[in-house]
Design a protein around this ligand. Sequence first.
Ligand code: PAF
Length: 304
Amino acid sequence: MQTVTTVAELRAAIKIWRQQGERIAFVPTMGNLHAGHLRLVTVAKQHAERVVVSIFVNPSQFGVGEDFASYPRTEAQDQAQLHSVGADLLFLPGVADIYAADAKTTVNVHGLSELYCGAFRPGHFSGVATVVCKLFNCVQADVAVFGQKDFQQLAVIKTMVRDLHIPIDIIGVATVREASGLAMSSRNGYLSAAETALAAHLYQTLSSTREAILAGNRAYPALEQQATHSLQTLGFKVDYFTVCRSVDLAAAQVDDIDLVILTAARLGKTRLIDNLEITLPPPAQSLSNATKEATDAPQAHLKS
Ligand code: PAF
C-alpha cells in the first residue's frame, strides 16, 4: 500500500490506474480505524480494482468545545490495518492540503443538515459536505463507501451528490456491532468500562422500539417518549430518539413503510449515535390480508 500526503501525489497515482482502465473506489475516514472501517474497505474492493482510503480529521465538522484536538490519531496502526485488508493507497493530507488559508467556498445541504444531529452540532454537516466534496474532487473515484451508522451523514452526502451532479455512486454499508450490539465507533474508546456496559442499551432500546413497531404500534411520538425516558433512567442524556421516514428523514406518519429510528445520546463525555431501519408491509398488503380474512371466514362457515 502506498501512502501519499499531497493532492498532486494522489492524482499522479490515480492517473496510472486510470490509464490501465481500472475502476477506483474511495473510503473517506477520520482514522482510528476499527472493524467497521475495515468492512468498508472490503466492500469497496468488491466494486473496483483499486481502493483509496483517506484519513483526515476534518476541523470544519467539529464545533466549539468538541473533541477535534483530542480525537484519536493512530496513523501507524491504521496504516497496518489498511495494508492487511488490501487497500491500495492511503491519502493522508494535512489541513493546509485540503483548506486554503483564504478558502471561500463551503457546501451546504439545506434542511437535512439542520435536523437531528445538525440541531445539536450546528455547522457539522456543512463541514462534512464540504470536506467530502473536496475529497471526491481530489480522488475522482467511481464509487464511494460509507457506513450506515452515520445515517444522516449518508443522507446528506447522497443529496449533495445528486444536487451537484457529482459523478460517483454512493454505497452504504450496514453497521458493524460489538457482541453487545453497541455500534462500532472511534468514539467508543472514550467510554469507561461501566459506560461501555451501559452503552449497549442504546441498541437494545432501538431494537425494542423496532419490535413494537413491527408488532403494529404506530404511536410514534409515544414510542419516542418511552424510549427517551428509559434511556434517561439508565443515565443517558438523550439528544433525540426519533422515528423517521428513511427517504427524507421527515417525522414518520402512520402509513409510511420505510422507516428509520435515529438516536443520539450522551454517556458522560461520549456522544453515541445509532439507528435501525424498518420496512413495514405496504398498507395495500395489510388491506388485502384483511379482505382475505373477511372472505375466508364465510367459506369456513359454509364448509362446516
Ligand atoms: O464519517 C466520517 O468519518 C467523516 O464524517 C467523513 C465522512 C470522513 C468526513 O470527514
